[in-house]
Design a protein around this ligand. Structure first.
Ligand code: MLT
Length: 281
């Protein structure tokens, strides 16, 4: 495992081998562990607004295989494989239980993890995500995108992905720029692996009533990909889940409106750990 200092005190950069690939991990602070899993085709940097924001918590931000600074493997990347990477990461770090959160594709991974390893969860955070499988139209679009990436490289679909994630709304320029940079860091194998993995993912709706750990369902009020109506239905199906709708945010709510998202996360953490977890900035 190699380490590299990050800009914030108490932060390290690790490389950890799981499932035959080396994952890049940003590991911030000390305390009860919280792992946040990024969406497609992004990386750990999408959680920049959460770093240093929770007193007494250790924030572990992996780049999934094929994304950011992590190694790739040949496609496909079923959500179960990515969840298994997270399980091995947790084992490698010697952690019993974690708070696990994921945005969009990261949420699909978190749900796949919750189905297999519920005993490893203190709490679940589902950001701008859904339990349903892809519709035939979405499957078709992903198959077409995967074919174009294979043929012409990842840049072939980058503009439409930026447009889908942050287009058509008034989003801060630096958020748009970071989104572009993250997409540019994704490898061809990562893009194709995740697209083909997402399109074959099972419907997880039947799992929702069995989720027994405290759960936060958070959604941007302007999320056009996994809209508030989807989040409401998902939260209603999970016993005791909290639903928080973040105003003036789209599909990347924790990146677009970090202060509001952090308040919602801190409220859940305080409840689970019976101590304040307020954002420290
Ligand atoms: C994501 O943000 O991870 C993607 O929008 C997920 C998806 O396309 O279903």
């Amino acid at each position: 495992m190699s380490k590299e200092s990050l800009s914030k005190p108490g932060s390290v950069f690790r490389r950890i081998k799981v499932g035959g690939v080396e994952l890049a991990i940003a590991d911030h602070g000390r305390g009860d562990p919280m792992i946040l899993v990024h969406g497609f085709p992004l990386d750990r940097r999408m959680w920049r607004g959460q770093v240093g924001s929770f007193d007494g918590f250790r924030l572990i931000l992996p780049d999934l295989r094929g994304f950011g600074l992590s190694e790739s493997s040949p496609p496909p990347y079923p959500m179960e494989l990515l969840a298994e990477d997270i399980r091995q990461l947790i084992d490698h770090l010697g952690l019993e239980r974690v708070v696990l959160g994921g945005l969009s594709m990261g949420g699909y991974v978190a749900l796949a993890f919750a189905a297999r390893y519920p005993e490893r969860l203190h709490a679940l955070l589902l950001f701008d995500t859904q339990a349903a499988a892809d519709s035939p139209e979405v499957r078709e679009r992903r198959a077409d995108q995967a074919a174009r990436v294979r043929r012409d490289g990842a840049s072939a679909i980058a503009p439409e992905l930026v447009e889908r994630l942050v287009g058509g709304r008034d989003v801060a320029t630096d958020v748009v720029e970071l989104t572009r940079q993250m997409i540019a860091s994704a490898s061809i194998e990562g893009m194709v692996g995740a697209l083909t993995g997402m399109m074959s993912r099972p419907d997880m709706t039947a799992l929702l009533p069995d989720i027994a750990c405290p759960t936060l369902v958070l959604v941007g009020s302007d999320d056009a990909i996994t809209p508030p109506s989807v989040a409401r239905a998902m939260a209603a199906a999970i016993p005791g889940a909290e639903l928080v709708e973040i105003p003036d945010a789209g599909h990347l709510a924790p990146l677009e409106q970090p202060a509001a998202a952090n308040r919602a996360i801190a409220t859940l953490l305080s409840r689970v750990f019976a101590r304040p977890a307020s954002p420290s900035r």
